[in-house]
Design a binder for this molecule. Structure first.
Ligand code: ADP
Length: 304
Protein backbone atom coordinates (compact mmCIF):
# COMPACT_ATOMS: atom_id res chain seq x y z
CA UNK A 1 0.00 0.00 0.00
CA UNK A 2 1.21 3.44 -0.93
CA UNK A 3 2.47 5.50 1.99
CA UNK A 4 1.31 9.10 1.91
CA UNK A 5 2.99 10.16 5.16
CA UNK A 6 6.00 8.43 6.66
CA UNK A 7 7.47 9.84 9.85
CA UNK A 8 10.60 8.30 11.33
CA UNK A 9 12.16 9.11 14.69
CA UNK A 10 10.84 12.63 14.62
CA UNK A 11 12.06 14.92 17.40
CA UNK A 12 11.33 18.57 18.08
CA UNK A 13 13.09 20.29 20.89
CA UNK A 14 12.10 23.79 22.04
CA UNK A 15 14.95 24.89 24.31
CA UNK A 16 14.67 22.41 27.19
CA UNK A 17 11.21 21.10 26.25
CA UNK A 18 10.93 18.04 24.02
CA UNK A 19 7.57 18.51 22.30
CA UNK A 20 7.95 15.56 19.92
CA UNK A 21 10.08 12.70 21.12
CA UNK A 22 10.99 9.99 18.60
CA UNK A 23 7.66 9.75 16.82
CA UNK A 24 7.05 7.14 14.11
CA UNK A 25 3.92 6.87 12.04
CA UNK A 26 2.64 5.84 8.62
CA UNK A 27 -0.44 7.06 6.83
CA UNK A 28 -1.55 5.06 3.80
CA UNK A 29 -3.41 6.22 0.71
CA UNK A 30 -7.13 6.40 1.43
CA UNK A 31 -6.76 6.48 5.22
CA UNK A 32 -8.78 8.68 7.47
CA UNK A 33 -6.02 8.78 10.03
CA UNK A 34 -6.87 9.91 13.55
CA UNK A 35 -4.01 11.67 15.32
CA UNK A 36 -5.04 11.69 18.94
CA UNK A 37 -3.52 12.99 22.09
CA UNK A 38 -4.32 15.16 25.07
CA UNK A 39 -3.57 18.87 24.94
CA UNK A 40 0.15 19.48 24.85
CA UNK A 41 0.90 15.98 23.48
CA UNK A 42 2.74 17.38 20.46
CA UNK A 43 0.08 17.14 17.74
CA UNK A 44 0.28 20.70 16.41
CA UNK A 45 4.07 20.65 16.54
CA UNK A 46 4.07 17.47 14.44
CA UNK A 47 1.63 18.98 11.96
CA UNK A 48 3.73 22.14 11.69
CA UNK A 49 6.72 19.97 10.80
CA UNK A 50 4.64 18.04 8.25
CA UNK A 51 3.81 21.31 6.56
CA UNK A 52 7.42 22.59 6.72
CA UNK A 53 6.33 25.48 8.92
CA UNK A 54 9.01 24.53 11.44
CA UNK A 55 12.11 22.38 11.12
CA UNK A 56 12.49 19.08 12.96
CA UNK A 57 15.35 18.84 15.44
CA UNK A 58 15.90 15.27 14.26
CA UNK A 59 14.22 12.61 12.17
CA UNK A 60 12.76 12.17 8.71
CA UNK A 61 9.49 13.03 7.10
CA UNK A 62 8.46 11.66 3.73
CA UNK A 63 5.32 12.80 2.00
CA UNK A 64 4.15 10.92 -1.11
CA UNK A 65 7.39 8.99 -0.87
CA UNK A 66 9.55 12.13 -1.11
CA UNK A 67 11.75 13.62 1.57
CA UNK A 68 10.28 17.01 2.44
CA UNK A 69 13.67 18.62 2.92
CA UNK A 70 14.48 18.25 -0.77
CA UNK A 71 10.98 18.40 -2.23
CA UNK A 72 9.19 20.97 -0.15
CA UNK A 73 7.26 22.80 -2.88
CA UNK A 74 6.35 19.71 -4.82
CA UNK A 75 4.81 17.97 -1.81
CA UNK A 76 3.12 21.06 -0.42
CA UNK A 77 1.23 21.46 -3.70
CA UNK A 78 -0.49 18.14 -3.02
CA UNK A 79 -1.59 19.07 0.49
CA UNK A 80 -4.49 21.12 1.78
CA UNK A 81 -4.50 22.09 5.43
CA UNK A 82 -6.31 23.94 8.14
CA UNK A 83 -3.96 24.43 11.03
CA UNK A 84 -5.50 27.35 12.81
CA UNK A 85 -8.95 28.86 12.89
CA UNK A 86 -9.43 29.92 9.27
CA UNK A 87 -9.38 33.66 8.78
CA UNK A 88 -11.78 35.26 6.30
CA UNK A 89 -12.83 38.69 5.15
CA UNK A 90 -16.11 39.06 7.05
CA UNK A 91 -17.56 41.71 4.76
CA UNK A 92 -17.00 39.67 1.63
CA UNK A 93 -19.10 36.76 0.40
CA UNK A 94 -18.04 33.13 0.69
CA UNK A 95 -17.47 33.14 -3.07
CA UNK A 96 -15.26 36.26 -3.03
CA UNK A 97 -13.28 34.94 -0.10
CA UNK A 98 -12.39 31.76 -1.97
CA UNK A 99 -11.55 33.77 -5.08
CA UNK A 100 -9.22 36.14 -3.22
CA UNK A 101 -7.65 33.52 -0.97
CA UNK A 102 -7.08 31.33 -4.02
CA UNK A 103 -5.32 34.17 -5.83
CA UNK A 104 -3.20 34.96 -2.77
CA UNK A 105 -1.82 31.44 -2.93
CA UNK A 106 -1.01 31.77 -6.60
CA UNK A 107 -4.10 30.14 -8.11
CA UNK A 108 -6.66 31.51 -10.50
CA UNK A 109 -9.66 29.50 -9.39
CA UNK A 110 -12.45 29.43 -11.98
CA UNK A 111 -16.07 30.11 -11.13
CA UNK A 112 -16.86 26.41 -11.54
CA UNK A 113 -14.03 25.37 -9.25
CA UNK A 114 -15.17 27.75 -6.54
CA UNK A 115 -18.82 26.74 -6.82
CA UNK A 116 -17.85 23.06 -6.80
CA UNK A 117 -15.98 23.51 -3.53
CA UNK A 118 -18.87 25.43 -2.00
CA UNK A 119 -21.25 22.66 -3.07
CA UNK A 120 -18.95 20.01 -1.66
CA UNK A 121 -18.91 21.73 1.73
CA UNK A 122 -22.66 22.39 1.70
CA UNK A 123 -22.35 26.14 1.32
CA UNK A 124 -23.53 26.66 -2.25
CA UNK A 125 -26.82 28.25 -1.26
CA UNK A 126 -24.95 30.81 0.82
CA UNK A 127 -22.26 31.53 -1.77
CA UNK A 128 -23.24 35.18 -1.92
CA UNK A 129 -23.68 35.75 1.84
CA UNK A 130 -21.14 37.75 3.78
CA UNK A 131 -18.92 35.47 5.82
CA UNK A 132 -19.56 37.53 8.97
CA UNK A 133 -23.11 36.10 8.94
CA UNK A 134 -21.77 32.51 8.98
CA UNK A 135 -21.85 30.23 12.02
CA UNK A 136 -18.58 28.88 13.38
CA UNK A 137 -19.33 25.53 11.72
CA UNK A 138 -19.94 27.17 8.34
CA UNK A 139 -16.64 29.03 8.64
CA UNK A 140 -14.87 25.76 9.39
CA UNK A 141 -16.44 24.23 6.28
CA UNK A 142 -15.44 27.26 4.24
CA UNK A 143 -11.91 26.69 5.57
CA UNK A 144 -12.06 23.14 4.26
CA UNK A 145 -13.39 24.44 0.91
CA UNK A 146 -10.37 26.72 0.75
CA UNK A 147 -8.01 23.87 1.62
CA UNK A 148 -9.55 21.80 -1.20
CA UNK A 149 -9.40 24.45 -3.88
CA UNK A 150 -6.22 23.15 -5.50
CA UNK A 151 -7.39 19.51 -5.53
CA UNK A 152 -5.00 18.17 -2.91
CA UNK A 153 -4.44 14.43 -2.46
CA UNK A 154 -4.01 14.82 1.28
CA UNK A 155 -5.74 17.13 3.71
CA UNK A 156 -4.49 17.85 7.18
CA UNK A 157 -7.03 19.07 9.68
CA UNK A 158 -5.83 20.21 13.10
CA UNK A 159 -8.70 19.92 15.59
CA UNK A 160 -11.32 20.95 12.99
CA UNK A 161 -14.28 20.64 15.34
CA UNK A 162 -12.95 22.67 18.26
CA UNK A 163 -15.68 24.94 19.57
CA UNK A 164 -18.42 23.48 17.36
CA UNK A 165 -21.82 22.41 18.63
CA UNK A 166 -22.89 18.75 18.11
CA UNK A 167 -24.64 19.58 14.82
CA UNK A 168 -21.57 21.44 13.53
CA UNK A 169 -19.36 18.52 14.57
CA UNK A 170 -21.58 16.10 12.71
CA UNK A 171 -21.42 18.21 9.55
CA UNK A 172 -17.62 18.14 9.64
CA UNK A 173 -17.64 14.37 10.23
CA UNK A 174 -20.01 13.85 7.31
CA UNK A 175 -17.82 16.04 5.12
CA UNK A 176 -14.70 14.08 6.09
CA UNK A 177 -16.43 10.80 5.28
CA UNK A 178 -17.59 12.18 1.94
CA UNK A 179 -14.12 13.48 1.03
CA UNK A 180 -12.63 10.13 1.87
CA UNK A 181 -15.21 7.83 0.27
CA UNK A 182 -16.26 9.78 -2.80
CA UNK A 183 -13.27 12.01 -3.50
CA UNK A 184 -10.63 9.49 -2.40
CA UNK A 185 -8.69 12.11 -0.48
CA UNK A 186 -6.40 10.90 2.29
CA UNK A 187 -7.20 12.64 5.56
CA UNK A 188 -5.01 13.34 8.56
CA UNK A 189 -7.21 14.46 11.42
CA UNK A 190 -5.93 15.59 14.78
CA UNK A 191 -8.12 15.66 17.85
CA UNK A 192 -8.05 15.36 21.62
CA UNK A 193 -11.45 13.64 21.63
CA UNK A 194 -11.39 9.87 21.09
CA UNK A 195 -15.10 9.65 20.35
CA UNK A 196 -14.83 12.14 17.55
CA UNK A 197 -12.03 10.24 15.84
CA UNK A 198 -13.46 6.75 16.23
CA UNK A 199 -16.56 7.76 14.28
CA UNK A 200 -14.66 8.68 11.12
CA UNK A 201 -11.14 7.26 11.20
CA UNK A 202 -10.08 3.81 10.02
CA UNK A 203 -6.66 3.99 11.67
CA UNK A 204 -5.32 6.00 14.56
CA UNK A 205 -2.44 6.71 16.80
CA UNK A 206 -2.57 8.04 20.33
CA UNK A 207 0.41 10.09 21.39
CA UNK A 208 1.38 11.50 24.74
CA UNK A 209 4.41 13.65 25.59
CA UNK A 210 5.52 13.47 22.00
CA UNK A 211 5.63 9.68 21.62
CA UNK A 212 3.32 6.86 20.61
CA UNK A 213 1.09 5.25 23.20
CA UNK A 214 -0.96 2.98 20.92
CA UNK A 215 -1.44 2.70 17.20
CA UNK A 216 -3.63 0.55 14.98
CA UNK A 217 -6.90 0.00 13.21
CA UNK A 218 -9.64 1.87 15.06
CA UNK A 219 -11.89 -1.20 15.00
CA UNK A 220 -9.24 -3.45 16.53
CA UNK A 221 -8.29 -0.95 19.18
CA UNK A 222 -11.88 -0.49 20.24
CA UNK A 223 -12.98 -4.11 20.07
CA UNK A 224 -10.05 -6.28 20.97
CA UNK A 225 -9.63 -4.70 24.35
CA UNK A 226 -11.65 -5.99 27.22
CA UNK A 227 -14.56 -4.00 28.43
CA UNK A 228 -14.96 -2.78 31.94
CA UNK A 229 -18.56 -3.19 32.98
CA UNK A 230 -20.18 -2.02 36.16
CA UNK A 231 -23.29 -4.04 36.96
CA UNK A 232 -25.84 -3.31 39.61
CA UNK A 233 -27.44 -6.40 41.16
CA UNK A 234 -29.70 -7.33 44.09
CA UNK A 235 -27.02 -9.48 45.74
CA UNK A 236 -23.44 -8.62 44.83
CA UNK A 237 -21.74 -11.36 46.88
CA UNK A 238 -23.98 -14.03 45.40
CA UNK A 239 -23.40 -12.64 41.90
CA UNK A 240 -19.65 -12.82 42.49
CA UNK A 241 -19.77 -16.46 43.56
CA UNK A 242 -22.15 -17.40 40.72
CA UNK A 243 -19.72 -15.88 38.24
CA UNK A 244 -16.63 -17.36 39.80
CA UNK A 245 -18.18 -20.82 39.70
CA UNK A 246 -19.18 -20.44 36.06
CA UNK A 247 -17.16 -21.07 32.94
CA UNK A 248 -17.13 -17.39 31.95
CA UNK A 249 -13.73 -15.81 31.46
CA UNK A 250 -14.95 -12.53 32.95
CA UNK A 251 -12.97 -11.38 35.98
CA UNK A 252 -14.61 -9.74 38.98
CA UNK A 253 -12.39 -6.76 39.70
CA UNK A 254 -14.23 -5.29 42.64
CA UNK A 255 -17.41 -5.57 44.68
CA UNK A 256 -18.93 -2.63 46.50
CA UNK A 257 -22.44 -2.59 47.98
CA UNK A 258 -24.67 -3.87 45.20
CA UNK A 259 -22.17 -3.16 42.41
CA UNK A 260 -19.65 -5.38 40.68
CA UNK A 261 -16.96 -4.20 38.33
CA UNK A 262 -16.10 -6.83 35.74
CA UNK A 263 -13.49 -7.13 33.07
CA UNK A 264 -15.23 -8.96 30.28
CA UNK A 265 -14.97 -9.50 26.53
CA UNK A 266 -17.68 -8.16 24.28
CA UNK A 267 -18.81 -11.65 23.26
CA UNK A 268 -19.48 -12.71 26.85
CA UNK A 269 -21.60 -9.71 27.75
CA UNK A 270 -25.04 -10.90 26.66
CA UNK A 271 -24.71 -14.57 27.77
CA UNK A 272 -23.30 -13.44 31.09
CA UNK A 273 -26.28 -11.20 31.71
CA UNK A 274 -28.66 -14.07 30.92
CA UNK A 275 -26.72 -16.49 33.10
CA UNK A 276 -26.94 -14.17 36.11
CA UNK A 277 -30.68 -13.82 35.60
CA UNK A 278 -31.12 -17.58 35.21
CA UNK A 279 -29.28 -18.05 38.50
CA UNK A 280 -31.54 -15.81 40.50
CA UNK A 281 -29.56 -12.58 40.28
CA UNK A 282 -31.56 -9.53 39.20
CA UNK A 283 -29.35 -7.21 37.16
CA UNK A 284 -30.80 -3.71 37.30
CA UNK A 285 -28.11 -1.92 35.31
CA UNK A 286 -25.21 -2.70 33.06
CA UNK A 287 -22.78 0.13 32.28
CA UNK A 288 -19.86 -0.67 29.98
CA UNK A 289 -16.78 1.54 29.78
CA UNK A 290 -14.32 0.68 27.07
CA UNK A 291 -10.87 0.34 28.44
CA UNK A 292 -9.34 2.40 25.64
CA UNK A 293 -11.66 5.24 26.51
CA UNK A 294 -10.82 4.98 30.22
CA UNK A 295 -7.20 4.94 29.35
CA UNK A 296 -7.48 7.93 27.07
CA UNK A 297 -9.47 9.87 29.67
CA UNK A 298 -6.75 9.21 32.22
CA UNK A 299 -4.15 10.63 29.84
CA UNK A 300 -6.35 13.65 29.16
CA UNK A 301 -6.98 14.20 32.87
CA UNK A 302 -3.29 14.18 33.62
CA UNK A 303 -2.62 16.69 30.87
CA UNK A 304 -5.41 19.02 32.01
P1 ADP B 1 -0.97 19.67 21.04
O1 ADP B 1 -1.17 20.20 19.65
O2 ADP B 1 -0.97 18.18 21.11
O3 ADP B 1 -1.90 20.29 22.03
P2 ADP B 1 1.53 21.13 20.87
O4 ADP B 1 2.26 20.48 19.75
O5 ADP B 1 0.85 22.42 20.60
O6 ADP B 1 0.51 20.09 21.50
O7 ADP B 1 2.54 21.37 22.06
C1 ADP B 1 3.43 20.38 22.56
C2 ADP B 1 4.33 21.00 23.62
O8 ADP B 1 5.25 21.88 22.99
C3 ADP B 1 3.58 21.85 24.64
O9 ADP B 1 4.18 21.64 25.90
C4 ADP B 1 3.77 23.25 24.15
O10 ADP B 1 3.70 24.17 25.21
C5 ADP B 1 5.16 23.20 23.54
N1 ADP B 1 5.36 24.15 22.44
C6 ADP B 1 4.65 24.22 21.28
N2 ADP B 1 5.14 25.20 20.48
C7 ADP B 1 6.17 25.78 21.15
C8 ADP B 1 7.08 26.84 20.85
N3 ADP B 1 7.02 27.49 19.68
N4 ADP B 1 8.01 27.14 21.78
C9 ADP B 1 8.09 26.46 22.94
N5 ADP B 1 7.26 25.45 23.28
C10 ADP B 1 6.32 25.11 22.41
Amino acid sequence: MEKIIEIQNLVKQFKNLTAVNGLNLNVYKGDVFGFLGPNGAGKSTTIRMLLSLIMPTKGDIKLFGLDIKQNRNEVLRKIGAIVEKPDFYGYLSAYNNLEILGKLTGMQPTKTQIMDMLALTGLEKRYNSKVKTFSHGMKQRLGIAQALLHNPELIILDEPTTGLDPQGMKEIRDLITHLSKDKKITIFLSSHILYEVELVANRMIIINKGSTVVEGMVEDLLNSSHLQVTIEVNDADKAKSVLENSSFKAVVESVAFNRLVLSVSKEELAPLNKYLNDNGIAVSSFVPTRSLEEYFLKLTDKAA
